[in-house]
Design a protein around this ligand. Structure first.
Ligand code: PLP
Length: 456
């Protein structure tokens, strides 16, 4: 039987897998940054099974050539990190170890997860009052944080939402200037409704909320609870809300301050940019992604709150067979969970504070370098100043159709992948730098590709 055979020849299988992985990683420098998916013949469920080696061969022949170079240096779409060597090694071991970190008591794995959260807290210079949890990404982290905020709001009204539901709670306003789409998605998942999100005016030319507009809205609530969602790294431009001002307002009016720092929290790693996060300590909840600037493989994110008791009220799980420990499953939507912290532990231990300072500083310098190149090109216009690691720009005079055609041509060219957006009503595009391996030479390649595709 194939399964027994594969088990007996596991070493050979893992060697073949390692060779495939190495070949893929070595191809990143030349592989097209993005690939347009093709329609391929369906796979038929084999009656007897192919065995792992043949399945691997089929995978490599049929699908691997069409994978994008998304972990590579010039995939600048969305906000896409790669994997550091240590993170990759850790991730492989996650599968080999296959520990369930939902419950304590029979493995040291949960201790490693707690240690990793402490390392992250140190990386971001967060006080010890913040307790964390690993989830699959920033969307899920926002969900966990907002669920905790909802529990807090209920408690202020004398209602335990985790027990009684939302039936007796008046609609809870969520206020922010440029919330990420995942916040709105989380509000839908939480039963609070997408319409609970009130997008307030931003400062002129900025994506940062106008603190005066927020003051007026909070004052009008007359002490009723509200959640303020701050952006520490807005996805189109990398802009930051004034966390210090927002924290002061939340304190004054009794609101919950949530900070979405999916990538921007890593500004804490760069002494020249850490000031962007001034006031962060006073937040009630903070989130960031692992699969962005930490450069661990998908999928990893984390959430920190100063309200562990409320957090655990929401995610508490009880059953006789589960026991009654202080397990990590009381902090996350999942009960059983992979050992997601291990790649983060490996990369933090391998490269430390200095390693991450270098990655963050370099990415920000590369964003500035690209912006300068674009400014001296006749084809492009910069739409916002580079505040961190994101360059938001437009193809001069292009409407949305022409912008899309340009991005398709660029994908076809293969040297760089960018993704579209709209900014201040203009069809725009963004380049987001969070990959540890992007270098100065990539910027010349990218500028050449952009100019060539713009010339047509
Ligand atoms: C500010 C911000 N928040 C949340 C997210 C959602 O992240 P994920 O797709 O990892 O869930 C992103 C993704 O780019 C982001 O930039």
């Amino acid at each position: 039987m194939n399964l027994q055979y594969d088990h007996q020849h596991l070493g050979a299988l893992l060697e073949a897998t390692q060779a495939a992985a190495l070949e893929f990683l070595e191809s990143l420098a030349t592989r097209p940054a993005g690939r347009t998916p093709q329609t391929l013949p369906h796979d038929l469920l084999p009656e007897e099974g192919l065995g792992a080696q043949r399945a691997l061969s089929v995978l490599r022949a049929k699908y691997e050539p069409l994978l994008s170079a998304s972990p590579g240096p010039r995939y600048l779409g969305f906000v896409t990190g790669g994997s550091t060597p240590a993170a990759l090694a850790g991730d492989w071991l996650v599968s080999a170890y296959d520990q369930n970190v939902g419950s304590d008591g029979d493995s040291i794995a949960t201790t490693v997860e707690r240690e990793t959260l402490r390392l992250l807290r140190a990386l971001f210079s967060l006080p010890e009052s913040f307790e964390g949890a690993f989830v699959s990404g920033a969307t899920q982290a926002n969900f966990v944080a907002l669920a905790t905020a909802r529990q807090w709001a209920g408690a202020r009204l004398g209602i335990d939402v985790s027990e009684q539901g939302l039936w007796k709670v008046a609609p809870l306003p969520v206020l922010g200037g440029s919330p990420h789409a995942s916040i709105v998605k989380a509000l839908s998942m939480l039963g609070m409704g997408r319409q609970a999100m009130e997008v307030l005016p931003c400062l002129p030319g900025r994506m940062a909320v106008d603190p005066e507009a927020l003051t007026r809205r909070l004052a009008a609530l007359n002490g009723a609870p509200a959640i303020v969602v701050a952006s520490a790294g807005e996805v189109n431009t990398g802009d930051f809300d004034d966390l210090e001002a927002l924290a002061g307002l939340c304190q004054k009016y009794g609101a919950w301050l949530h900070v979405d720092g999916a990538f921007g929290l890593f500004a804490a790693c760069d002494p020249a940019r850490a000031h962007l996060l001034r006031g962060l300590d006073a937040a009630d909840s903070i989130i960031a992604d692992g699969h962005k600037w930490l450069n661990v493989p998908y999928d990893a994110g984390f959430v920190f709150t100063r309200h562990l008791a409320l957090h655990q009220q929401v995610f508490k799980v009880s059953a006789a067979y589960l026991g009654d420990g202080a397990d990590l499953s009381h902090r996350t939507p999942e009960d059983s969970r992979r050992f997601r912290a291990l790649p983060a532990w490996m990369t933090l231990m391998a490269y430390g504070r200095t390693g991450y300072r270098e990655v963050v500083t370099r990415c920000c310098a590369l964003a500035e370098m690209l912006a300068q190149g674009l400014e001296s090109s006749a084809y492009f216009e910069l739409l916002a100043p580079v505040r961190l690691n994101i360059v938001c720009f437009a193809l001069r005079g292009a409407d949305a159709v022409q912008r899309n055609q340009f991005l398709e041509a660029l994908k076809e060219d293969g040297r760089v992948l960018l993704t579209p957006t709209f900014f201040a009503g203009k069809p725009a595009m963004r380049a987001a730098f969070v990959n540890w391996s992007t270098s100065d030479q990539d910027i010349s390649l990218i500028l050449n590709a952009l100019d060539q595709c713009a010339r047509g």
